[in-house]
Write a protein that binds this ligand. Structure first.
Ligand code: T4K
Length: 369
């Protein structure tokens, strides 16, 4: 039996890539805003229902650049329950992360905790649409408006997710996507920033190109965050299949929900707040009523070559570069601490066979007795 991982990239047939590679070879344009870069930006705007999108080499550089584009300084209120890149982007900008707790039902930043964490140094909020489930965007946007704070949504998991008012990516001042190999839509490595207007996009495009405004003018210490032509072309191929990939994920999500529902000690998250989901992860919460701990279940699956993942354990706030912050104290973060102890993300990806889905569920059901 082959190993079963938490995810596996969806790869369209190799033949679909060849015409793009031939064009790249013929033109000799490998990067710096070539034809496919432009085409992918346009195609993604159309698919996602947004107007201004800048491609990046990865989601982390996109986060770092977004903070620079908005000139964020001082303190930023964020969630400890995310991939470490969220908070790292703050440190790379010499910004102090201020962690607040999450909502136990959505595992997203709890808006009711924001105001108490605001200090004169606070300039922004960086929430994460965890697992692609929308944050309470209305509440967060209202608090930000009231206190004159910027909002940068880490939407790394939220490709294609729609909310009550259209694309979820339209909320806040900027939203960031990741197109890493493990994501619903991938360009092998890649990412994007969604801007509200053309002027902001232009500034971001300059920042990702060393700060060049024209051939001889550099106005800011920008970085090299450009996406290459190969990555952009791979994205164009991938985009043709993304609806199929999401539909496959949806079927697996439904299968797990049906097979595993009613097991004492195992609960699921509801995707409240989204009108369209992307099924990017399938987190289960394993509580004390299940015969095994979350780590026990993780290990039993691993012993059978099923590599479920504890996204997100440890909490970001537990890593050494954050653990001394006052906001990293676990008493400040009871819901996040509990979630990090209970969550296990089960394998979900197009190509995960029914046999493997059955196997995973049967193992869990057998443990339940
Ligand atoms: N913000 C949030 C909320 C994020 O979740 C992320 C990234 C970011 C920001 C930053 O975006 P990027 O800079 O990455 O664009 C993975 C990904 O590397 C990371 O992109 C992702 N979040 C995070 C949640 O997961 P790892 O260390 O768990 O990945 P890894 O290599 O263990 O892969 C998981 C499984 O996927 C493997 O067991 C096998 C499978 N896999 C993986 C790769 C890379 C494949 O089958 N093929 C592959 O090419 O971090």
């Amino acid at each position: 039996m082959q190993n079963i991982y938490v995810t596996k990239p969806f790869l369209p047939p190799l033949e679909e890539y060849y015409p793009y590679l031939e064009k790249i070879w013929a033109s000799g344009v490998l990067t710096n805003g070539g034809q496919f870069h432009q085409e992918l930006e346009n195609a993604l705007c159309k698919y996602l229902g947004v107007q201004h999108l800048s491609l990046f080499s990865n989601g982390t550089i996109a986060l770092i650049t977004a903070l620079q584009a908005l000139e964020i300084t001082g303190e930023v209120i964020t969630t400890p329950y995310s991939f470490v890149a969220t908070a790292h982007s703050l440190l790379w900008n010499n910004i102090k992360p201020v962690f607040i707790d999450i909502d136990p039902d959505t595992l997203n930043l709890d808006p009711s905790k924001i105001e108490a964490a605001i200090t004169p140094e606070t300039t922004a909020i960086m929430p994460v649409h965890c697992y692609g489930n929308p944050c309470d965007v209305d509440a967060i946007d209202a608090i930000a408006k009231k206190h004159d704070l910027k909002v940068i949504y880490d939407a790394a998991h939220a490709f294609g997710v729609r909310c009550h008012c259209g694309s979820l990516l339209k909320h806040g001042d900027l939203s960031i996507l990741s197109f890493h190999a493990t994501k619903v839509f991938n360009t092998f490595e890649g990412g994007a920033i969604i801007s509200p207007d053309a002027t902001t996009k232009q500034r971001i495009d300059q920042l990702k190109n060393f700060g060049f405004v024209d051939e001889v003018t550099v106005t800011t210490a920008g970085i090299n965050g450009k996406m290459s032509e190969i990555n952009a072309a791979f994205g164009l191929v991938q985009l043709n299949h993304v609806d199929y990939a999401i539909a496959e994920r949806k079927e697996i999500d439904s299968f797990y929900r049906e097979k595993l529902s009613g097991i004492e000690g195992i609960t699921f998250l509801d995707a409240a707040g989204s009108s369209t989901q992307n099924y990017s992860y399938f987190p289960i919460l394993v509580n004390e009523n299940f015969p095994l701990s979350r780590d026990g279940l993780y290990q039993q699956l691993k012993d059978k070559d099923i590599y479920a993942r504890r996204y997100f354990y440890p909490l970001i706030s537990q890593f050494p570069m954050y653990s001394n912050l006052p906001s990293a104290n676990i008493e400040n973060l009871p819901n996040a601490t509990k979630a990090a102890e209970q969550v296990l993300c089960l394998p979900i990806y197009p190509g995960l066979t029914k046999i493997d889905q059955e196997l995973i569920c049967d193992l869990i059901l057998d443990i339940n007795g």
